[in-house]
Design a binder for this molecule. Structure first.
Ligand code: ATP
Ligand code: MG
Length: 284
């Protein structure tokens, strides 16, 4: 059974991509699991971090089975316009990342990369579907349902699918949040966090069956009060990620593959802690 984990927060820059990367390496390298990452953010930072720019450029310039240029999420969206089955494997780049297993082989870590057209493509998709529905909410429902169906079409092929959601709450992101089994909400524990995290948790509660957990990022002794409040009100990991230069440096692709500990340095401990906590949570 594949477990679908979305990493989301409406707010930008809180550590969604960092969390996705930590989970991707934790699950595939430490846990030896089969992992697919889906980059649902036009900024494509996860794609760059896991593929490197050259391989990402190659995926963006390759034709998909429909002859559209780019084996990336935006062209996958074109296939979502209708109701046909989608050949999702066409969009998957295999054995990515810059970390090797201790034996020297590559971990089972794949990605569906993104590109900058994602936001335009979403609007096009909504407009294209509008004649088929009586109301705009009918269109939204279709888009969300199709996104969920397509993401779920890899069920069985991976142990974990980790989806890095764009900031904001587009129909695509909303479709993922509604279909995910688990939602991790990274946040920076500052004055706006309670309001921001609370809004997402409450909105998810009404529409999604996913289990949710908050994850404090850039945590320090100075903001434990906010972390305690958020954990009590909305549920959260015991694990906290501090501000860490090695972690920030790891958000990069190295052409020379390396070991997990060499990539993350002193932040390796946080990768392992998050991996263990996430594994326990999803298997509870
Ligand atoms: N714990 C941390 N310690 C040091 N730097 C961090 C930490 N978490 C995130 N950063 C840095 O902050 C920046 C934003 O992080 P990241 O890209 O993970 O956030 P995001 O939520 O994915 O952003 P966006 O909303 O733009 O997608 C990056 O440069 C990242 O390296
Ligand atoms: Mg990001």
């Amino acid at each position: 059974m594949t477990r679908f984990i979305a990493v989301s927060n409406r707010r930008g820059g809180v550590g969604k991509t960092t969390t996705t990367m930590m989970l991707a390496y934790g699950l595939s390298v430490v846990g030896r699991q089969r992992v697919l990452v889906v980059d649902l953010d036009a900024q494509s930072s996860t794609s760059m971090v896991l593929m490197g720019y050259d391989r990402l450029k190659e995926a963006r310039s390759r034709s998909d089975l429909n002859g559209n240029i780019g084996c990336t999420v935006p062209n996958l969206l074109i296939e979502m316009f209708g109701d046909d089955t989608v050949e999702i494997s066409n969009y998957i780049a295999t054995r990515v990342g810059d970390v090797l297993l201790p034996g020297g082989e590559k971990p089972h870590l794949d990605i569906i990369p993104c590109s900058y057209e994602l936001d335009d493509r979403e609007i096009e998709m909504i407009v294209a579907r509008s004649s088929a529905h009586a109301t705009i909410s009918g269109v939204f429902e279709h888009v969300q349902r199709r996104v969920g169906q397509i993401i779920r079409s890899v069920d069985g092929a991976y142990d974990y699918v980790v989806i890095d959601c764009a900031p904001g709450l587009s129909q695509i992101v909303w479709g993922v949040l509604r279909t995910a089994d688990f939602v991790i909400i990274p946040y920076i524990p500052d004055k706006t966090a309670e309001d921001n995290v609370g809004w997402l948790v409450n909105r998810l509660g009404a529409a999604s069956r996913a289990k949710k957990r908050t994850l404090p990022n850039r945590a320090s002794s100075a903001n434990q009060g906010i972390i305690d409040i958020i954990r009590k009100k909305y549920g959260g990991f015991e694990v906290q990620i501090p501000t860490s230069l090695p972690l920030s440096n790891a958000l990069d692709f190295r052409f020379q593959p390396t070991s997990l500990s060499a990539k993350f340095g002193s932040a390796n401990v946080h990768v392992k802690q998050l991996f263990e906590a996430a594994l326990k949570w999803v298997n509870d």
